[in-house]
Design a protein around this ligand. Structure first.
Ligand SMILES: Nc1ncnc2c1ncn2[C@@H]1O[C@H](COP(=O)(O)OP(=O)(O)OP(=O)(O)O)[C@@H](O)[C@H]1O
Ligand SMILES: [Mg+2]
Length: 263
């Protein structure tokens, strides 16, 4: 059921939290090395979908495979190959750890016994460098600003040296220059290592040019396809319940006016 070249296969995935419906019959497949954005309104089930992929929830129904692994039966194997960054609201601001400990968790996730060596430290430092915070290596995580904390958690995901990056609203408190540097680095890593990227965003425009696919979600899969297919006004109206205008510019890229760019 899982194609050899597919990083992710999701079939008829549904989830309810105590009767509260979060996902209904969602199906799609993502090839290895692809870059996909998940968009949709608040409460659309975006985080739930991601949690189902990495075995953080026991979904109600359906079939999910990540690089051939079943996240319900084998979440450890999935977490060894996936670098995951949770949504900001779910990050504890009281972690009594230093930045280096947080980033090194990404290395420990790969190891059975969690014993770290110099190579792990090197990789963790370079991940912190990618997000531009290498000077904060010894700082206490709790003393960082919200955006800096997010960037450290992104570094933790990168430190896994993952086959797949799954990021839940990674840029919500991150300044524009950092966001641009991070997206460029992710794109380079994707090209060099054939890394698969799945990213939840509210504003798709900053990553639009990198995207192979867009998943438009509102509990059910409203649209899935290449950006110019999925980002059409009817599908956006269907997902968001209000008219979202599209401006078409530059080489046929369709830019929807979502997120910060509401007119
Ligand atoms: N732990 C939980 N217990 C009960 N209901 C939940 C829980 N987590 C999410 N839900 C509900 O499931 C639905 C989908 O939530 P989810 O967090 O997946 O949405 P989202 O698309 O990520 O939204 P946002 O854009 O606000 O992050 C919402 O109605 C939410 O209230
Ligand atoms: Mg969410």
């Amino acid at each position: 059921m899982c194609g050899k070249e597919d990083a992710v296969v999701v079939k008829n995935l549904s989830h309810r939290y105590d009767g509260n419906v979060a996902l209904v019959n969602v199906s799609f497949a993502l090839p290895k090395g692809s870059f996909t954005a998940v968009i949709g309104p608040n409460g659309a089930g975006k985080s739930t979908l991601i949690k189902a992929l990495i075995g953080l929830i026991k979904y109600s129904e359906g079939y999910v495979r990540v690089y051939g692994f079943d996240p319900l039966k084998d979440p450890e194997s999935v977490r060894k190959i996936v670098g995951y960054m949770p949504q900001r609201e779910s990050i504890s601001m009281h972690i009594p750890l230093r930045v280096r400990d947080v980033v090194l968790m990404g290395r420990a996730a790969r190891k059975r016994l969690g014993v770290l060596d110099d190579r792990d430290v090197r990789i963790a430092k370079s991940a912190l460098e990618i997000v531009g915070l290498e000077s904060l290596w010894d700082e206490r995580f709790v003393n960082l600003s919200g955006g800096q904390q997010q960037r450290v958690l992104l570094a933790r995901a990168l430190a896994v040296e993952p086959k797949m990056l799954i990021l839940d609203e990674p840029f919500s408190a991150v300044d524009v220059p950092s966001m641009e540097k991070i997206t460029e680095t992710i794109e380079i890593m994707r090209r060099e290592r054939n890394m698969t990227v799945l990213i939840v965003v509210h504003d798709v425009n900053p990553v639009l040019h990198y995207l192979d696919y867009v998943i438009l979600l509102n509990k059910r899969l409203v649209a899935f396809g290449e950006p110019h297919e999925a980002l059409n006004e009817n599908a956006l109206l269907d997902a968001y319940g209000s008219v979202i205008r599209i401006i078409v510019c530059e080489e046929g890229y369709c830019h929807p006016l979502i997120g910060d760019r509401h007119a």
